[in-house]
Design a protein around this ligand. Structure first.
Ligand SMILES: *Cc1c(COP(=O)(O)O)cnc(C)c1O
Length: 346
């Protein structure tokens, strides 16, 4: 097992549930959709970063760090989960936040950023386009010069240590499906900085159980992101599982549902978030899972998934971000009525 060789802090509530979305599946009239509830990993409203941080922050403690530096967008879920995890460990967090995403007045007061501040992270907002990697390097140098021991976690926790969380998650899903006698035909999930997809692909390859994985991009174009996912998967394999290879042919990203860019709402996202809320009582988010679900819905409507199949939608969390985007879903009293009718929500 990987966790025998790499230190891991067990904080996440695992295994996360695997549940059928019966009403959504029936409404779409296509394959049976299942949901892997990584929005229920348990730390500060949950999400996929907790799995990565179990390995990353264990490594930070091993390195005897006394302060953590990480980067993300203003409404980063990764930063919020890192802030909560650091609070639990008594570690200081310096959060460098790039000013990108929606241009909404509540954006810099609400949602994840509000929670970062609740967890007493030091938040520094810098202009869009800042070289965040360079900024974390110089910030670490400054802290070192001041006698501190900083540990830098890249955006999204996506490196060969963070990805181990999803190598283990792939095994968790396969075990769960086996116990339920369920054959999974495909996994669909949002992909951003690539660590989740890289870990899943490596974890599936390690078990020689190559369920197709589709990452729905929330920002980067397909080819660029496929190259990033492959590079993280290969680096993680080299560090942790040198006997396993990830075939580049298994790396699939669809970047057709990004819209105008990372964190910018799309109509299909708003439709998907409302539809899933109204027929399953389930929260998605505007930046990641809403766009990925919009992609899955569009693909099912286009007949790209046979009705006999079982598709797992990996819910990677993010619903805290909903509160930073009140306008994106158009939920004024008037829009509410027409919106519901247009959806044909049950
Ligand atoms: C970070 C994040 C993702 C993307 O995961 P990556 O490993 O960065 O690709 C997906 N969904 C949510 C809610 C996230 O916060």
């Amino acid at each position: 097992m990987i966790s025998d060789r790499f230190p891991r802090l067990r904080v996440a509530h695992l295994p996360t549930p695997l549940e059928p979305l019966d009403r959504l599946s029936a409404l779409l009239g296509g394959p049976r959709i299942w949901i892997k509830r990584d929005d229920c990993t348990g730390l500060a409203t949950g999400g996929n970063k907790v799995r990565k941080l179990e390995f990353l922050l264990a490594d930070a403690l091993r390195a005897k760090a006394d302060v953590v530096i990480t980067t993300g967008a203003v409404q980063s879920n990764h930063v919020r989960q890192t802030a909560a995890f650091c609070a639990k460990l008594g570690l200081e967090l310096v959060a460098l936040l790039e000013d990108r995403g929606a241009n909404d007045p509540t954006f810099k007061r609400s949602g994840n950023l509000f929670l970062d501040r609740l967890f007493a992270a030091q938040t520094r907002i810098v202009p869009a386009g800042t070289d965040m990697r360079a900024l974390s390097t110089t910030t670490a140098e400054e802290l070192r010069a001041a006698g501190r021991r900083p540990y830098v976690i890249p955006t999204g926790g996506s490196n060969s240590i963070g990805a181990l969380g999803y190598v283990e998650a792939a095994a968790e899903l396969l075990d769960q499906a086996a116990a339920m006698n369920l054959t999974i035909d495909e996994i669909v999930h949002p992909t951003g900085s690539g660590g989740t997809q890289a870990g899943l692909l490596l974890g599936l390859a390690a078990r020689k159980h190559l369920v197709p994985v589709l990452g729905v991009s929330v920002g980067k174009p397909r080819q660029e992101l496929e190259a990033i996912v492959l590079a993280i998967a290969q680096e993680t394999a080299a560090n942790a599982l040198p006997e396993v290879t990830v075939d580049p042919q298994t790396v699939h990203v669809d970047s057709d549902y990004v819209g105008d860019g990372y964190g910018l709402p799309t109509e299909a996202m708003a439709e998907a978030v409302k539809l899933v809320a109204r027929c399953e009582g389930l929260l998605l988010d505007p930046v990641y899972t809403g766009k990925a679900m919009a992609g899955l819905i569009a693909r099912i409507r286009a007949g790209r998934h046979a009705a006999s199949r079982n598709i797992v939608f990996w819910h990677t969390g993010g619903s805290a971000g909903l509160f930073a985007y009140p306008a994106a879903l158009g939920l004024t009293a008037e829009a509410e009525e027409t919106g519901t009718a247009a959806l044909g929500a049950p």
